[in-house]
Design a protein. Structure first.
Length: 165
């Protein structure tokens, strides 16, 4: 998760959550999966962090579901976690045109300020990174886009993070 996702999960203000995450990372409980990122830095538990988590859950009587870190390009995933990009990935459940993506995204996130041009720009960036592929539909003059396997994997991880929130 990113610090922003953790802030939503815990109800802490983002700045406070970011400071706690950085403090836990300095103490060796968390490590950053995408060190090169300036935004949307992803954090995961270290061995020491997992031990503390298990002990805390045991003390509180909480059943901890098993979860291991999946194989992923974490730099790419962190890039996808950024605002509009994550919303577009989560919205692409079937082949869609940019205008349809925008409409569905705005239904999911009403305060969202995004145009079809914004979506087209992001889609082209997704294409360059192998997250989406274009589909030419015979009846439509505009290109539709669908997620590649890598895009589906990113979507699955984003949805799992959202479920935790």
């Amino acid at each position: 998760m990113t610090a922003k996702q953790l802030a939503r999960r815990t109800g802490l203000p983002f700045d406070a959550c970011r400071n706690v995450v950085l403090s836990l990372a300095k103490r060796g409980f968390l490590h950053c999966l995408n060190d090169e990122a300036r935004r949307s830095r992803l954090y995961w538990l270290t061995k020491q962090g997992k031990l503390c988590q298990r002990q805390f859950c045991r003390d509180q009587g909480i059943k901890l579901p098993p979860y291991s870190l999946p194989e992923m390009d974490w730099e790419l995933y962190g890039w996808v976690c950024y605002s509009h990009r994550s919303i577009i990935i989560k919205t692409l459940s079937e082949p869609l045109q940019p205008a349809d993506i925008k409409r569905r995204a705005r239904v999911r996130h009403p305060p969202l300020a995004m145009s079809a041009s914004n979506v087209r720009d992001v889609i082209h960036l997704f294409q360059e990174r192998g997250l989406v592929r274009p589909l030419q539909h015979r009846k439509c003059k505009h290109m539709r886009y669908e997620l590649t396997e890598l895009g589906q994997h990113c979507q699955q991880l984003l949805n799992q993070a959202e479920e935790l929130l």
